[in-house]
Design a protein around this ligand. Structure first.
Ligand code: AMP
Length: 287
């Protein structure tokens, strides 16, 4: 695996490959890699001539400074996992490579309602930061395909919107959420949980699964409030449990029995904020 640290070097290297007609797939990450990330790398490898992974803990997407400071860093383990997975190229830039002019938001991405609901509402500025970094990374890497995880459902929608806004030809590929046996969605932030909190955290998936099982056409309010109550009783501080239109993320209070639905949760255990989501209807698996 080749490791690049500067934007110009990786850009020039990949440009040569592109000129030879090779297809490049790209998996952006913030490191502290786990099997969820690796599943994206495996798809990327299978479907492209060159697989590129980036590791960059992007300061502009953290609305909470403490969360940024405590974000887990495991570069040696990451490199070894990527080597085992057969990744071709790793890009590990310093902040100055991504934001050469300093961190000055120079542009506002028009994300519409995506910016005001769920993560957009509870993490002001988060998606502008995500767009800033992905826009910049796409300019540097210039891939044919971009690999994201469904675990960050709203982020996938935001990036689809970014690609539209920038008239990008990059093909977006969404991978399924990888989970622990307990149902807990794999996440770099799970390493910050105590063993006890880690087993408590499995409750998020249990609650999502119950929503799926109990879903019937009609009013959804009591189902949603019951889910919040269950999480609170299990020791969570809940930001939201939302049953939403899978295509828009608009909350659905009365279900017609047809509209594809997704349930999304964000909740704190101690200082650690966890998010997860689950398709509630058969055809909500497509973003
Ligand atoms: P992150 O390092 O958290 O920024 O995540 C990098 C990419 O990995 C994003 O596209 C995430 O959605 C994806 N990802 C994170 N956790 C999982 C998971 N448990 N299963 C599948 N993909 C994931």
């Amino acid at each position: 695996m080749l490791i690049f640290k500067t934007a110009i070097d990786i850009h020039n290297y990949l440009d040569l490959k592109r000129k030879k007609g090779e297809k490049c797939g790209f998996v952006p990450t913030m490191g502290a890699l786990h099997a969820g990330h690796i599943s994206l790398v495996e798809s990327c490898k299978r479907e492209n001539d060159t697989s590129v992974v980036s590791i960059f803990v992007n300061p502009t997407q953290f609305n909470d400074k403490k969360d940024f400071e405590k974000y887990p860093l495991t570069p040696e383990n990451d490199i070894s996992l990527l080597e085992q997975a057969g990744c071709d190229i790793l890009f590990m830039p310093a902040a100055a490579e991504i934001y050469p002019g300093g961190i000055i938001p120079s542009y506002h991405y028009d994300l519409g309602e995506l910016e005001t609901v769920l993560e957009g509402k509870f993490r002001p500025g988060h998606f502008q930061g995500v767009c800033m970094v992905v826009d910049r990374l796409l300019h540097i890497v210039n891939p044919n395909r971009l690999y994201l995880g469904r675990k960050d459902y709203q982020q996938c929608m935001v990036i689809a919107r970014l690609l539209e806004l920038t008239n990008s030809t990059v093909e977006l590929k969404i991978g399924p959420t990888l989970r622990e046996q307990s149902g807990l969605a794999m996440s770099s932030r799970n390493t910050r949980l105590t063993p006890e909190q880690r087993s408590q955290a499995a409750k998020i998936y249990a609650v999502l699964d119950q929503l799926r099982q109990h879903l019937v056409p009609g009013g959804l309010q009591s189902l949603q409030s019951h889910a919040v109550k269950q999480l609170e009783e299990a020791g969570f501080r809940v930001d939201y449990v939302s049953i939403a239109n899978a295509a828009t993320l608009h909350p659905v209070v009365h279900w017609d029995g047809h509209t594809p639905l997704v349930a999304l949760v964000a909740a704190f255990l101690g200082e650690v904020r966890l998010i997860d989501n689950l398709a509630l209807t058969g055809n909500a698996t497509e973003l």
